[in-house]
Ligand binder design. Structure first.
Ligand SMILES: [Zn+2]
Length: 124
């Protein structure tokens, strides 16, 4: 049995949108070399990848490699060093930094209702 407790329906028009562990998701299929799960909402019948909305969506690298790249970057390792350590091209590192940054920005906007003004900024 797949653990789907961390997932929710991603269809904005669905009554169960954003409700985790609601029992409305099933795994009707898998795709790709890493057997990524396709999730289906029984309420609205929408299907989507378990990776949708994450830096792993659409990646051709193994998930472990992507995680390694992002772990190096998170520890402050530079792009070229990360590329050498993870065995990928430096442009690949840049692409994943951008994808992870955009996802983090969306997550921040969802979780933080109000961001205090940056005191370092001249415009308030
Ligand atoms: Zn739904």
């Amino acid at each position: 049995m797949d653990d789907l407790s961390r997932f929710c329906c991603l269809n904005l028009d669905c009554p169960t949108y954003g409700k985790r562990n609601h029992g409305n998701l099933t795994v009707p299929a898998r795709y790709g070399p890493s057997k990524t799960r396709v999730l289906r909402c029984s309420t609205c019948k929408t299907r989507f990848s378990e990776r949708k909305g994450t830096p792993l969506f659409g990646t051709r690298l193994p998930a472990a490699t992507v995680v390694s790249v992002l772990a190096h970057v998170a520890e402050g390792v530079g792009t070229r060093k990360t590329a050498r350590l993870a065995g990928v091209n430096k442009d690949t590192v840049t692409r994943y930094i951008r994808a992870a940054g955009e996802q983090a920005q969306r997550l921040h906007d969802d979780l933080v209702a109000f961001s205090p003004a940056d005191q370092r900024s001249p415009v308030r």
